[in-house]
Each structure stands twice: as C-alpha cells, then as structure tokens.
Write a protein that binds this ligand. Sequence first.
Ligand SMILES: [Zn+2]
Ligand SMILES: [Zn+2]
Length: 413
Amino acid sequence: MPKTVKNALLRGRKTVEEVIHQGLDTVEDVVQVGRTKVEGVIHQGFDTVEDVLQHGRGKVESVLKIRRETMRAAVLHGREDVRIENVPVPEAGPGEIIVRVGAALTCGTDLKVFRRGYHARMIVPPALFGHELAGTVVQAGEGVEDFAPGNRVVALNSAPCGECYFCKRGQENLCDDLLFNNGAYAEFIRIPARIVAKNTLHVPDHVPLEHAALTEPLACAVHGFEDSRPRPGDTVAVIGGGPLGLMILHVASLMGCETIAIVKHDGQVEAARQLGASHVVQTTSIREAIKETRALTEKNRGVDIAIEAVGVPDAWEEAVELVRKGGTVNFFGGCAVGTHVTLDTNRIHYSDITLRATFHHTPAICRKALDLIAGGRFLAPLFITGHAHLYELNRVFEKLMKRSSEIKTAIVP
Ligand SMILES: [Zn+2]
Ligand SMILES: [Zn+2]
C-alpha cells in the first residue's frame, strides 16, 4: 500500500478515536450531571416526605389530644390499692410537654410502692403512678424549643436541679432537690419543665417505644456497673435475677466481662443465659452461692466485682464474701428503711475491699442507656415478657407479686 494512503488511514483512525473519546467523555459528564441532579431531586423528595409525615403526625397528635377532656389513669390510693379512674387530660404549662404514652413498663420500684402504698422520696398517695415510659408528644408548652407534637420521646422519671453542691460535683443522682415525676400508667402524662429541659430524649425512628421505655432502668444498671470501676476482662458476679440484676448482668457481658449470675428461680436461669451470663449459679442457699461462685474463679480467689441487686441484708452480706482481695462490692439493691447489716470488718480491711452503693442515674448516663438500646446489641425484647392493657394493671401487679419469671410487662393504655 502506498505510504500516503497508509498515513491518511492512520490519521483518519486517530481522528475518529479522538472524536469517540471526546464523545464518551461528554456522555459520561452528562450522565454524571444527570445522576447528581436525579439524586438531588430524590433527596429533596425524601426530605419533603419526612417533613410532611412529621407535620401530619404532629397534627394528628394535637387533634387526638384536643378532642379529649378526660383520660384513663392509674391512681395509687394506698397499699395494694390502685384504681383506674377518669381524670382530666393535663395541659402543658410553660416549658412543659404532654406525652401520649405509647408504653409504660412495670418496675420493681412500682411493685414495692404497690405493696407499701407509698415511697418516701418518689410518691405520696393519692397520686398518679408509674415512671418508665416512652410516647409521642401531643402538646408543647410556651418556650419549648426542642420538642414538637409528633416527636417520639422518652421522658425520664427525674431531673436534678443543676445548682446544688452535688449537682456541681457531677453527682446529680444525689441532687438535694431531685424532681420526680409519676403518672406513666395513663393515656397522657405531663412532663415537668425541668425534665423536659434536662432529661427528655428523642427516640430514633427504628427504636420501638416500649424498648425506649427501658432507658430509665437501664440507666440505673449502667450506672451501677460503671460505678463498680470494671476493668476489661474482669469477672463480675451479680446477685439477683430480677429485672435490674439481669440488666446489670447483660451490660457487664456486653462490655466484655466474664459474668456469673446468682439466681433462685428456673425462669431466671434461662433469662440469664440468653442475656450472656458466662455461668449461672442457681441456689437458695447463701453458703452454696458463695462456695459455687468462688469455685468458678482461679484457686477459689473470688470475683473482681460483686454487685448485689436484691435489696435484702443477707444478699448484702453475701456480696462481701464473693469478692477477691482488692475486689469491689456494689450494694446496688436498696433495702427497706431501718435495715442494718453485719459485715466482717477484718475481711473488709485486711483484704482491702472497696464498698460502693450506687443509687439512681444522671442525665449523662440516661443518654448512654438510650444509645445502648438504639445500638442494637442490647437485647431489649428479652426484658419485656408481657403486654397488658391499663385496665389490667391490678392483675399485673398481683401476678408480679407471686410469679418470678416475668421481667417487665408493657402497659399499653
Ligand atoms: Zn423503674
Ligand atoms: Zn441539685
């Protein structure tokens, strides 16, 4: 082939390739721009849909509330005397919110209050009753900026003053003026301004309200665990298979500790296993519990941390016998007023044992607890073993007094 023809062909091919290349680049650019635009539109669409949903939810909630003048609520009158009554739907004052209760959970403290008819610090009858709840905001009072009708929230049962000696030292659980709120066993509940400002949290969309309602007891459990100053790999024994004992056990196992559950009832054995207990000691004898627990540690040394979650003097004394030299005991369970215990001072002194007694929670720990629930590793469904309507509250408490396999019942108004 003559050289010029060959050259012409080559040149032609090159030009064609360049044109194709440029064309491809342009096409790709166009596609890219188009894609970005489409994505933008989709995004805007999503935002709009969510706004509309939020707006709609808010409207529906407002309407639901405005149309109502009275609601059903549990009123505590005295010992084992809770009545479901018609009471006025609360109105939000400045800084307050009204929440439609999605789920309220039964709790050992409520059971104690039901039995005794009062709680010196938390509730004096006649009074609205119940303190673990999550729900939907239906009304926001003047000045409330963080919450609007339609928001799903968990409102804690207390809030510290932020100004006293204890609050300033970061020990808000010991606040001289801790404000408590009750009234979760009802269709609606008023959340006082201080709790709205300091201890009400937004519930992420993927978290069911009844799981979010576990924030309060879980905060107590996390507080008790952290206050025991655990180190990675520590062996932690928890005495008691009630709701809080099981929660502390679960938290300790999620944090990577080796855990020993000391429980009495069959149902608690299964629950402890499911919640991650490395070992379960089932016995009603304190002597046996101490022997078996120590046998699970190297050379019967004893555990690094023993957490008492029953609230009886025998269990307090047992806890001290479970720990190794230099170990930590946490008297987490509150005993009845006037209870005294006998402790071996020799053992405590010469074995250098740290004694702690964690009470309640702080706003920071409540946030941690909700994060733990939302994070997905915490097995929230295992803690809710039953559902009941508000009308069945008396029956639920009677059952809780007798049976031990129930952990928590979600009361749905
Ligand atoms: Zn509680
Ligand atoms: Zn305070």
